[in-house]
Design a protein around this ligand. Structure first.
Ligand code: TPP
Ligand code: MG
Length: 336
């Protein structure tokens, strides 16, 4: 039998409770998103993060609010983790004026400069170069902020990765490249896209430090990303982390996911990060069943409230159509 000491970890009770509530919110928000998509309340491209939540939770523990995140189109989880409200995110999914991108971005283009969340990008791999650019800005301005630049296993096969790795290492930019390897790019498995199956090894050609991380474990993510963040903050330059994860749902809302087996999916669900974190809380008696129920109810209400908010919000005004398409940048650039 496992004793109380066996389940002690180096993370605190508060961290586990934070992870539990955050991941539950991400899960319930997206389950609701899936339902609303089926009801045609939400339209257009939409990719769910369900199964990958431990990456968002662990990365939050490893960073500070002034650090920046940038990711691809599977962006709901990282955006909410970074501090965007469920309300402004749901409103964005509805295309309403109160959305985080004023209803003009939709699922793939969540954005909040205020929260240091720089998208939400639909072009596979494009954010790898932009992420290094954000890190260049931090270095140029002399801050100790770092950038977490997320991309998928499919994006790792794009040429921009190599040009960016080369410059990021040359200039020792404060960027952590995080490849969320969920084993598939749409319906194409990693094995079918390259001879190099260990994506972290792509860093070798640039002498960039690299590691693999268990993406179903918040602890492993917080520790692995934490080491890379410390290196970047101390001017040691970039790191490539290959975080091994799994998406429970299809690539997008129209994917029946026939390219993988039920057994493979079940294998990952057994390692579900929300259940893992809940077990640690329960074994350590860090919350009573009533307290856990209160968290569950709080999350349920937050999701209900964000749907009401989105439903009741106005559509963007016609005058918004051509706004925010281009912007005048100050020379050389300002990131405030
Ligand atoms: C440049 C470009 N090529 C192709 C596409 C079409 N596309 C959209 S998602 C995707 C798969 C990317 O998979 P991965 O990087 O593993 O991310 P995941 O969806 O697994 O999170 C592709 C090929 C695109 N959006 N952009
Ligand atoms: Mg993938």
């Amino acid at each position: 039998m496992q004793t109380k000491t066996d389940v002690k970890t180096k993370f605190t009770k508060e961290t586990y409770l934070y992870w539990y509530e955050l991941m539950l919110l991400l899960r319930r928000f997206e389950e609701k998103t899936g339902q609303l998509y089926g009801m045609q309340k939400i339209r257009g491209f939409c990719h769910l993060y369900i199964g990958q939540e431990a990456i968002a939770a662990g990365c939050m523990t490893a960073t500070k609010p002034a650090d920046k995140f940038i990711t691809a189109y599977r962006d709901h989880g990282l955006a909410i983790a970074k501090g965007l409200s469920a309300k402004e995110c749901m409103a964005e999914l509805y295309g309403k004026a109160t959305g985080c991108s004023k209803g003009k971005g939709g699922s793939m283009h969540f954005f909040s400069k205020e929260h240091g969340f720089f998208g939400g990008h639909g072009i596979v791999g494009a954010q790898i170069g932009t992420g290094a650019g954000l890190a260049f800005a931090e270095q140029y301005l002399g801050t100790d902020n770092v950038v977490l630049c997320f991309f998928g296993d499919g994006a790792a096969r794009q040429g921009i990765l190599h040009e960016t790795f080369n410059m990021a290492m040359t200039w020792k930019l404060p960027v952590i490249f995080i490849c969320e390897n969920n084993m598939y790019a749409m319906g194409t498995s990693v094995e079918r896209t390259s001879n190099v199956l260990d994506i972290y090894k792509l860093a070798d050609a640039y002498e960039m430090p690299a590691d693999t991380v268990d993406g179903m474990s918040c602890e492993a993510v917080a520790e692995g990303v934490g080491r890379a963040v410390t290196r970047a903050r101390e001017k040691g330059g970039p790191t490539l982390l290959e975080i091994k994860t799994y998406r429970y749902r299809g690539h997008s809302m129209s994917d029946p996911a026939k390219y993988r087996t039920k057994e493979e999916l079940e294998e990952y669900k057994e390692k579900d990060p929300i259940n893992q974190v809940l077990k640690v809380i329960q074994k350590n008696k860090w919350a009573t069943e009533a307290e856990i129920e209160a968290i569950n109810e709080r999350v349920k209400k937050e999701v209900e409230d964000c749907v009401t908010f989105a439903e009741e919000s106005p559509w963007p005004d016609d005058s918004e159509l051509l706004k925010d398409v281009y912007t005048q940048a100050d020379y050389p650039f300002i990131v405030d």
